[in-house]
Ligand binder design. Structure first.
Ligand code: SF4
Length: 368
């Protein structure tokens, strides 16, 4: 298959593994910030092909996983109301709030529907004029344009019974939060190719220069990832720190200007709380004043709240790259994809879900 098979070619993979071995002389820790890359690394055992001096950490690259408990609780509160049809991507339904999830709301009679595009919720709103239809907008820069377009179309068509619960987050401020942490051990980043397809990578140039870290925009196939790692290590070993673009077949430095225009037309940058990372300044997208009518938090008069995350679930440490999934005592026992305790086990892009699917045997039982 064009653009797939050549990125799984065993000869090319061996070549890059040898090149990585050749250039690596020191110990380096690299973080990918993309759930798709995490799954590809674990599924294909790419980390196990690398020299022992290289550690890969899985960062906050899954939007379902980083959505705060407070926002999940707000979603549950809205979805539980009688006159509401609550629309969401499927992954969000099993993410635990502070005491239940959206699936439980549905089981209790709430009208919670899975949609595959935010535009589906506009159709539902038109077909149900006597109901309030709410879309749960989650995702990074990648999905923000389609959510923005949905709200834009709602306004243009004068649709009044639609609103958005906005949970969109931005990757560069999260990378900065990780780099600013006293516990940070990451020396280089693989930036998510699809995010950069929309947002470009100019913003990463500032971060790379300020924190003296290489950042390599990287795709999702095994060869993409190995090449991204090679480009990162080559910079580190040369004492360089700049932004490279491994995913040039899809990403341009300026990104997709039309998509960016749609985002900035509808959204404004706001502070947002991330699961595991806490509140990060300017790291989220909320509706701008011109589209405030469509803000579900305002429409349903939701109050800000603060909720403690489960003490048993260490997904916060996993999202910061401090722990790996199999180091969690609940991994594969009290926490499984069928019965998840945390968001990183729920989402198909979550690190715990990837380890459970491909590395179940590696669970470490804590010593008594
Ligand atoms: S295995 Fe489950 S409880 Fe442990 S960190 Fe992952 S999601 Fe949380």
């Amino acid at each position: 298959m064009k653009y797939i098979d050549e990125y799984h070619d065993p000869k090319a993979i061996k070549h890059y593994v040898r090149e990585i071995e050749r250039v690596t002389t020191l110990e380096w820790t690299i973080m990918e910030v993309c759930g798709g890359q995490t799954h590809a690394i674990v599924k294909h055992g790419l980390d196990q092909l690398l020299p022992g001096k290289i550690s890969l950490l899985h960062g906050p690259g899954c939007p379902v996983c980083v959505t705060s408990v407070e926002l999940i609780d707000k979603a549950i509160e809205i979805a539980s109301r009688e006159n509401v049809i609550f629309c969401s991507f499927g992954d969000m339904l099993r993410v635990p709030g502070s005491n239940k999830d959206l699936f439980s709301v549905r089981a209790l009679g709430g009208d919670v529907r899975i949609v595959y595009s935010p535009l589906d919720s506009l159709k539902i709103a038109r077909e149900n004029p006597d109901k309030e239809v709410v879309f749960f907008g989650i995702g990074f820069e990648t999905t923000a344009p389609s959510t923005a377009l949905t709200v834009y179309q709602a306004k243009r068509s004068g649709l009044e019974n639609f609103s958005l619960l906005a949970a969109h987050v931005l990757i560069p401020p999260a990378i900065e939060a990780i780099l600013s942490s006293e516990r940070n051990t990451v020396r280089g980043f693989l930036a998510a190719g699809h995010v950069c397809t929309v947002a470009g990578y100019e913003e990463y140039e500032t971060i790379s220069a300020q924190y003296n870290v290489p950042i390599v925009v990287t795709g999702f196939e095994p060869l993409d990832i190995l090449q991204g790692i090679y480009m990162t290590i080559a910079q580190l070993e040369d004492g360089k720190a700049s932004v490279d673009n491994q995913y040039s077949r899809a990403v341009q430095r300026e990104g997709n200007l039309e998509a960016q225009k749609m985002i900035s037309r509808v959204f404004k940058v706001v502070d947002r709380k991330w699961r595991g990372l806490g509140k990060i300044a300017d790291s989220g997208l909320g509706l701008s004043e011109a589209y405030a009518y469509y803000d579900a938090e305002k429409r349903f008069h939701l109050m800000d709240r603060s909720v403690e995350e489960s003490s048993e679930c260490i997904s916060g440490l996993i999202l910061q790259g401090i722990k790996k999934p199999h180091e969690c005592p609940a991994f594969g026992t009290r926490c499984t994809p069928e019965c998840p305790l945390g968001a990183t086990m729920v989402s198909s892009e979550g690190a715990c879900s990837a380890y459970h699917r491909y590395r179940k045997v590696e669970r470490k039982v804590p010593k008594e």
